[in-house]
Design a protein around this ligand. Structure first.
Ligand SMILES: NC(=O)c1ccc[n+]([C@@H]2O[C@H](COP(=O)([O-])OP(=O)(O)OC[C@H]3O[C@@H](n4cnc5c(N)ncnc54)[C@H](O)[C@@H]3O)[C@@H](O)[C@H]2O)c1
Length: 334
């Protein structure tokens, strides 16, 4: 049995608490959030204790695993403290918005050899995962192009946007990771990014972008197109396509059922696609967690490493640089 401390009882923390609690080999023991109301509500729901300080949750002898789902600026501090206390760690994406903080964090923990997994849940989506397998099984021949569409149903609040780190580090970071996952051992070597402000005035106020396209090129020459929007009126649009010398494979949007309607004005009309990440990736979040638990149980490397988190941030930073300079950026992972 693994005993957990959960850091952060906000939007995603609430969902993870349910997943931890539902796993037969895991027990949620402590919750820490600076918002005491959120912490108390979750503790009551899962019969856990509220830690009075972050250290109490991170260093407690009763726990073996720390799950970090708190606000992004807390991640590196909590990772370092948990690693020094010898705990296994799951940390939500991104590790941090600042590559220097990510590098310092790695310097502090690399010799401690604690298991750590980063929350790139999309790798665990059954359909995206199958597309990745199809890209390498020979089914589509030699991989030549990857097309990733990722559009949110509606933009978040101005308060959220102000601290988000910009669309590439907040949203596209998932797609950069998915692109790296699909490419396998063929690294991205170049990034070119474009962005526009088309959705609302909030984005203009904070000088961010809401409509973006990135082109990545891998060492072997595979081209990856990622398009993002902060507003898709028809729902959370999540599609992945791989194209090769012998064919193509697509992971399409999902609807609550496969029922279709046909009438005078429309054909092949379905129910709206699943609304947002908690609904769309519910299976992926659960399987990601099972995979993490399996890794720590078998004492093997996790399948989404600190390095994966760092490399996705490097691509996001390169996209920012490309957009700002109007140039193609060559990637340096050092
Ligand atoms: N993998 C995914 O699909 C996904 C989706 C959403 C969010 N996230 C990530 O999860 C993290 C949390 O996002 P969210 O949407 O739940 O945000 P949120 O604002 O709903 O929740 C964050 C929580 O952290 C708490 N917090 C802030 N400072 C703290 C501190 N010092 N100690 C403890 N708790 C503290 C806040 O009180 C809040 O309850 C972010 O890093 C975000 O990028 C990942």
């Amino acid at each position: 049995m693994f005993n957990f401390s959960l850091m952060g009882a906000g939007r995603i923390g609430k969902m993870h608490a349910e997943i931890i609690n539902s796993h037969p080999e895991c027990s949620l023991k402590y919750i820490f959030d600076i918002n005491k109301k959120f912490a108390n509500e979750l503790a009551d729901k899962y019969n856990a204790s509220v830690a009075s300080t972050a250290e109490e949750a991170l260093e407690n002898n009763d726990i073996q695993v720390v799950f970090i789902a708190s606000a992004t600026p807390t991640h590196t501090e909590f990772i370092i403290k948990a690693a020094k206390a010898g705990k296994a760690i799951f940390c939500e994406k991104p590790i941090d918005l600042d590559i220097n903080k990510v590098n310092q964090c790695w310097d502090e923990i690399k010799n401690l050899k604690v298991p750590i997994q980063i929350g790139f849940n999309r790798r665990f989506d059954t359909s995206h995962n199958q597309v990745q397998k199809n890209a390498h099984s020979g089914k589509i021949g030699q991989l030549e192009m990857v097309v990733i569409t990722s559009r949110d149903p509606a933009p978040p609040s101005l308060d959220y946007l102000k601290d988000s780190g910009g669309i590439f580090r907040d949203c596209t970071i998932h797609d950069f990771d998915l692109a790296r996952f699909i490419l396998g051992d063929d690294p991205v070597v170049e990034v070119s990014a474009f962005g526009s402000q088309m959705v609302n005035d909030d984005i203009i106020k904070i000088n961010d972008h809401d409509t973006t396209m990135c082109i990545l090129k891998s060492k072997k020459g595979v081209l990856v197109h990622i398009n993002n929007s902060r507003r898709a009126v028809y729902g959370y649009d999540q599609r992945v396509e791989v194209f090769g010398s012998k064919g193509m494979s697509i992971s399409n949007n999902q609807t609550p059922s496969s029922v279709e309607y046909f009438n005078e004005s429309e054909t092949f009309s379905k129910e709206p696609i699943l609304n947002f990440f908690i609904e769309r990736y519910s299976q992926a979040y659960k399987d990601q967690f099972k995979d993490f638990v399996q890794s720590i149980k078998l004492n093997k490397d996790t399948n989404v490493t600190f390095k994966d988190g760092r490399n996705a941030l490097i691509l996001a930073n390169a996209a920012n640089e490309s957009l700002n300079k109007g140039q193609n950026i060559k990637i340096n992972y050092d």
